[in-house]
Write a protein that binds this ligand. Structure first.
Ligand code: PMT
Length: 311
């Protein structure tokens, strides 16, 4: 597996913004280290969100996409911030719903809100303005306080290269780091060195394409990058009969601390958190969304994980 991962990284097109990503992750960690040095160790959640694309041509016209709106990752990020975590939000470009204003400038947001509000009756207008502007203030506040770092990807190549940078950087954070893998990552891809340069032509009618399996990076993360971090992956299936079996198997296979099993149709109302000792069914019930009980549950599990170390 390690060899497959190495050849994936060796052959991937170099990440254009690599230096910026490394610098911003280091800056974020420096703040964390400075706070830890004075006894204010904050937990860090690394939330991955949205689907990766697999390009079919180097000068890309077509892609294979993965299903994910990014709303689970975005909502969870809000709850982690509310639980006083610092968050690295690794998300698909334009998929993040709640954080799209976070780095915007105030004038743009003001005009956007005014325009949006003009379509509503007076009473709704006030409520909407108040809520959306306070949401924006919360998010931009988190960025300004250096509690939130947003990193963007579109392709599988970008996602895995950024994940490697963030993963390896989290080693010193130890058990205070939580990886929350809500992204839907492609299982198959076209290796860069066997990819067509130009747009694939359709003159010959049908087309057969050979896809290679994407190396699973979760094992590498657990073994080498950040072996002490608390790791949560997700399992999405459309067939409820195989869901729990697959979730249990990925718990063991990749040494996860928890796997969140969700079924496509019901994913917004119900999830099952699978751990080695217990399986917890969580339902949205009266909560605004399922991410609230889910994040609360995982925060509590990480607290137990930290206590085990101290015992
Ligand atoms: O974004 P929403 O519309 O709100 O939907 C949320 C969701 C349904 C996408 C999310 O809850 C979810 O289930 N995400 C994982 C989807 C999935 O089944 O992924 P997977 O089976 O391809 O991978 C399993 C786990 O390994 C995932 O946590 C994935 O992030 C991770 N993975 C996968 C492949 C790979 N090469 N490396 C990985 O790390």
């Amino acid at each position: 597996m390690e060899q497959e991962a190495q050849s994936f990284f060796d052959s991937a097109p170099p990440l254009r913004c690599r230096d910026d990503v490394v610098a911003s992750v280091n800056r974020f960690l420096d703040i964390w280290k400075a706070a830890s040095a004075i006894g204010q160790t904050r937990r860090i959640a690394i939330v991955t969100s949205g689907g990766t694309t697999v390009p079919l041509e180097r000068r890309c016209v077509r892609v294979i996409d993965n299903f994910s709106s990014g709303s689970r990752g975005a909502a969870s990020t809000e709850y982690f911030l509310a639980s006083d975590y610092a968050v690295i939000f690794l998300h698909r470009r334009q998929a993040a719903l709640f954080f799209s204003f976070a780095n915007g400038d105030a004038t743009f947001v003001k005009y956007f809100l005014e325009d949006l509000c003009s379509h509503f009756a007076a009473r709704c207008r006030i409520i909407l303005y108040k809520n959306v502007s306070s949401l924006w203030m919360d998010q931009s506040g988190a960025v300004l306080q250096k509690k939130l770092l947003k990193l963007e990807f579109t392709t599988l190549f970008e996602y895995l290269q950024i994940l490697e940078i963030v993963g390896a950087a989290m080693k010193p954070v130890g058990r205070h780091a939580m990886f929350y893998f809500a992204a839907a990552v492609s299982d198959f891809y076209v290796p860069w060195n066997s990819m067509m340069e130009h747009k694939i032509q359709s003159d010959d009618g049908s087309m057969t394409m050979q896809l290679a399996p994407v190396p699973k990076m979760l094992g590498l993360l657990r073994k080498h990058w950040a072996p002490e971090a608390f790791c949560v992956s997700f399992k999405l299936e459309t067939d409820v009969d195989i869901l729990l079996k697959k979730a249990r198997s990925s718990l063991c296979k990749y040494g996860m601390h928890a796997v969140v099993a969700n079924e496509l149709e019901t994913r917004k109302n119900k999830v099952v958190v699978v751990t080695r000792k217990v399986e917890m069914v969580l339902e949205k019930g009266d909560c605004p969304d399922i991410e609230l009980p889910l994040v609360n549950c995982l925060v509590a599990r990480q607290t137990m994980y930290l206590q085990q170390q101290q015992a």
